[in-house]
Ligand binder design. Structure first.
Ligand code: UFG
Length: 326
């Protein structure tokens, strides 16, 4: 297929681009580089532009005879969405609607959309099945839920075919170490812990050890970035006009913050000093996917099933790129 990867210069999008190319698809990346990295995109594939530039998006879709779009271009920091919701509604909702309208104009109706566990809010049942009511507790989760709903409505009214893939905690890097996670500022657990191992930070602060979990620290479901990408490729093949696929992408295994720090110690051989700090606002105790639907619907199962192997790939990236893409 001819696939336009919107946000393909970002962490998750850039890994999907590699997998799409390896699978024989023709790929173009549309990205404004506001948070993505030019160096993460293979040479010659980047089209720099805004989603608000309707004529440019329509032209890109038509000229390249795009069959399907993967939409990764969103901001994804919960705290930032609370302090600057306008940024999130503009970038995650308005820009996504701009994209959908451009697709309608160009008659491109297949889309795979990056959704999130944050659409569930603070669920009562863990592992979390897709039937769980989607009640976000922060603007980030709301922005993603709005787009999921828009996709359902576009499918019903205009015949769009969509997949909304609800990621749990994306982690790791391409196994060859050439692309990986590079946020500025970095707020995610694994990169921060590995920055301690690199000597760029002196310790990791664990945000709270009084949660209702196995060791008191928050439990998350860490899913390797290439397993996410693999699910996108499978979703692309399953897109059906007028309907949507909504699935969780996680391993179904919960790992605590302490277990992540320990896995990083084992992988890096560094002692990684830690201190316990206060809780971070808005962190639920436990988020673990019930990932059975992805297996049934997409035939997908994660290949990275232990956090140590995920951390190993991240470590390869951080060691070879201690300052990220710069
Ligand atoms: N944590 C620490 N210390 C740190 C950084 C993180 O203890 O320095 C803890 C957090 O409190 C949390 C866990 O590590 O319990 C994971 O935190 P991350 O920031 O790595 O990931 P989140 O679970 O907060 O965020 C993920 C995605 C977001 C998405 C969110 C939805 O990375 O993009 O899930 O719930 F919005």
């Amino acid at each position: 297929m001819n696939v336009l990867v919107v946000g393909g210069a970002g962490y998750i999008g850039s890994h999907a681009v590699r997998l799409l190319i390896a699978a024989g698809h023709h790929v173009w990346v549309y990205d404004n580089l506001s948070r993505g990295h030019r160096q993460a995109v293979p040479a010659g594939l980047l089209i720099k532009g805004e989603l608000s530039d309707r004529s440019k998006v329509v032209q890109t879709l038509r000229e390249n005879q795009i069959d399907a779009v993967m939409h990764f271009a969103a901001f994804a920091l919960v705290n930032e969405s609370v302090t600057d919701p306008a940024l999130y509604y503009r970038n995650n909702v308005i820009a996504a609607l701009d994209l959908l309208e451009a697709m309608r104009e160009a008659d491109v109706k297949k889309i795979v959309f990056s959704s999130t566990t944050a659409t569930y809010g603070q669920p009562d049942v863990v592992p979390i099945p897709e039937e769980t009511p989607q009640c976000p507790i922060n603007p980030y989760g709301f922005t993603k839920l709005v787009v999921e709903q828009a996709l359902a409505d576009y499918a019903a009214a205009y015949g769009f075919a969509y997949a909304a893939l609800r990621y749990f905690n994306a982690a790791g890097a391409h196994p060859d170490g050439t692309i990986g996670e590079d946020h500025d500022p970095e707020s995610h657990l694994i990169p921060i812990v590995l920055q301690v191992a690199l000597g760029q930070r002196d310790k990791i602060t664990i945000f709270g050890n009084d949660y209702n979990t196995k060791d008191g620290t928050c439990v998350r479901d860490y899913i390797h970035i290439d397993d996410l990408g693999d699910a996108h490729l499978r979703a692309l093949e399953k897109l059906t006009p007028g309907t949507g696929i909504c699935v969780n992408l996680g391993t179904g295994q919960g790992t605590s913050v302490r277990e992540i720090v320990e896995a990083c110690r084992e992988v890096t051989g560094h002692p990684i000093p830690e201190i316990i700090g206060p809780r971070r606002a808005g962190d639920p105790d436990e988020l673990i996917a019930d990932a059975r639907r992805a297996k049934e619907v997409l035939g997908w199962s994660p290949r990275y099933t232990d956090v140590q192997s995920i951390v190993e790939t991240a470590w390869r990236w951080h060691q070879s790129h201690p300052d990220g893409y710069t």
